[in-house]
Design a protein around this ligand. Structure first.
Ligand code: NI
Length: 128
């Protein structure tokens, strides 16, 4: 962070960041605002059921299509330009039949697998 109050903040080109990302389900931080991170992630296939007891989680689809399954056989589908806020504590299972790119907004340090953990857990603070 610079102390130059006249510095223009950087434009963050999501397409350029995504072009350098390959591994699905591995979010990368692209910006911080206050205590929140904006992360890009590529999704492909199905993720694990999990919830985030401490925080809501925002998904905004950038490219492709994704779905999120909720308990009770409920599923939502999201297209580019559409977003959803999953409330804290609500179990969810994101999936994408083909490759999908999303922007996540959530508190810094939020773990992708929430309270489930396991081998799908990605580092929460990797920047790109
Ligand atoms: Ni989640």
């Amino acid at each position: 962070m610079t102390n130059d109050e006249h510095a223009v903040p950087p434009v963050i080109a999501l397409g350029e960041k995504l072009a350098r990302m390959s591994d699905p389900w591995t979010p990368k931080v692209v910006a911080q605002l206050n205590d929140y991170h904006c992360k890009l992630a590529k999704l492909e296939g199905a993720f694990v059921w999990h919830s985030h007891p401490e925080t809501d989680e925002l998904f905004l689809v950038v490219e492709g299509e994704m779905g999120i399954a909720f308990r009770g056989d409920r599923t939502v589908r999201l297209r580019p330009g559409e977003m959803i806020v999953v409330p804290a504590g609500m179990e969810h299972k994101p999936f994408a039949e083909t490759s999908c790119s999303v922007l996540l907004i959530e508190p810094a340090g939020t773990v992708n697998t929430g309270d489930t953990g396991g081998d799908r857990t990605a580092p929460a603070d990797d920047w790109i």
